[in-house]
Design a protein around this ligand. Structure first.
Ligand SMILES: [Fe+2]
Ligand SMILES: [Fe+2]
Length: 170
């Protein structure tokens, strides 16, 4: 059973973080253009799925249970990443800023992951203290993740939708 792979909701989210870190590392070491684009595409898909399960299931569960500032910042950080993700996907690795965009995305995600995982005071630490059933939460997130993965393998995922930041049309 796939769900037995992760002890709870936080273990599932941390495993996603490690996977993306590994992909960013591979991206920084790759030199061939197509390889870099393939990795960037994989990073964007992973991040879209991860942010969706956090925003649809994990974050709402902890509204009022996690410090409000931290809770709000999580959404804004996701939105910042989504702007780059959508831009990277649209340009298909062909623009001059491609590598810079992926590098900055990596830095932004690094900061965000730290805010989530910071021992004692991060989002996850505060979430764990709330007493919410993390196993039930894992099951719901995993089910949604599998659905999104199937969608990604099929027609692909649509551009990420921003949750808090309003982007003005050009
Ligand atoms: Fe996360
Ligand atoms: Fe997050």
């Amino acid at each position: 059973m796939a769900d037995k792979q992760y002890t709870d909701a936080i273990a599932l989210l941390k495993a996603d973080h490690r996977k993306v870190e590994d992909l960013f590392e591979k991206f920084s070491k790759a030199s061939a253009k197509d390889r870099k684009w393939a990795l960037a595409r994989e990073i964007c898909t992973e991040l879209k799925i991860h942010s969706t399960i956090e925003e649809e299931i994990f974050y709402p569960t902890f509204e009022g249970k996690v410090e409000e500032d931290l809770w709000h910042e999580a959404y804004v950080e996701h939105d910042g990443a989504k702007v780059l993700i959508n831009d990277i996907m649209a340009a298909e690795g062909k623009d001059d800023f491609f590598e810079a965009k992926v590098t900055v995305l990596c830095e932004e995600i690094g900061h965000h992951v730290q805010e989530e995982e910071k021992p004692g005071e991060g989002f996850f630490a505060q979430a764990r203290e709330s007493g919410v059933d993390m196993v039930e939460l894992r099951d719901r997130m995993l089910a949604r993740k599998e659905e999104l993965m199937a969608q990604a393998r099929g027609g692909g995922l649509p551009p990420a939708v921003l949750a808090a930041v309003q982007v003005q049309p050009a």
